[in-house]
Design a protein around this ligand. Sequence first.
Ligand SMILES: Nc1ncnc2c1ncn2[C@@H]1O[C@H](COP(=O)(O)OP(=O)(O)OP(=O)(O)O)[C@@H](O)[C@H]1O
Length: 366
Amino acid sequence: MALNRLAIQHFRNLSNVAIDLQPGVNGFFGINGSGKTSVLEAVHMLGTGRSFRGRHTGALVQHEQQGLLVFGVAGASPGVRLGVEKQIAGDSRIRINGAPAASSSQLAACLPLQLFNSDTFAILNGGPAERRKQLDWVVFHVEHSYGQRWAEYQGTIKQRNALLRRGKINGPELDAWDTQVAQLGETLDQMRRQVFTRLETRFRARLAELADPLFGQTSVGYRRGWRKELSLAEALIASRDGDLQQGVSRVGPHRADLRFEVLGELAERVLSRGQQKMITCAFRVAMADLVAESGRKPLFLIDDLPAELDPGNQSVLARWASESAEQVLVTGIEKTVVGAPWRELGGQWGDIRMFHVEHGGIAPTE
Ligand SMILES: Nc1ncnc2c1ncn2[C@@H]1O[C@H](COP(=O)(O)OP(=O)(O)OP(=O)(O)O)[C@@H](O)[C@H]1O
């Protein structure tokens, strides 16, 4: 779904801006510190309810202001009106078509987003939580009951952890929570596994488009969060003693991970940083491919592409975005450099709407 209108108030150095975006590519250029990343950050907030640069609202609200507001209209006319308001004092409101929304997952369902920045390019080296989040983004968009099931599972794990911390290791109470954790956990794993199989196929197809033969030797595996030979119920019993010592449940889908390998070695140990970034791009684009098949092409937010990829790889990502995304918001310092990989594509994707970002103001340019 494309974002047609974007209005931002008191978000970092963006005081009060309102712009019309086009489907296809929207480029934002300006010097360091002008506010380019803040534009992407505000759109990210509109699609997820949070920033990608930390959770502290006080850092996002413009100095000397009390709250921020991001508003957008997504999709074909009349479109869906999305609004996020956050106050430093702690109040936070999400509105969809003027009505209060219960959770940020409702925003995510309206505006699927994929972010490409220096942090997301580091997915191979980071902890499992970030990789799990990627898989869950796809499952959430493909399996509609997943969000609800995941919330229920998190609730039961929280209860189990509370019992463990109180030392209730063998009581019937723990048995009851284990039964629930096992049932919900097996369901989540099944959903993830089905989606992962489809995702892996698309990932391999994207890798096959890259010239470097090493990418043909790259694979991704899904680790479900407990030992292969055990059911989750058995794994929960087997891990009780250790769980009790640590006061936390150590097995289950909340411990799942993805493992990227090249020729049987962890990819991060074999590949250069640039190669790792292209693996990340291929994976994220494969994620978008799968979500697009379920009817909603995502919006890509791409921060400072020239700083991350060489010109050849920038062209690859631009082409992939033109196939998998509904819309792209891309930033960079130089106007001509921001536009270069997209202009090569010609057609609708080569016709970029450019915005100059300067001291927190945004002006459309030719
Ligand atoms: N809460 C805030 N209130 C006002 N200004 C802020 C706030 N937080 C950050 N800033 C300023 O907002 C500006 C925008 O930062 P942003 O990261 O968006 O810039 P950028 O154009 O992406 O820069 P770069 O090219 O260096 O990455 C910076 O000058 C920063 O110091």
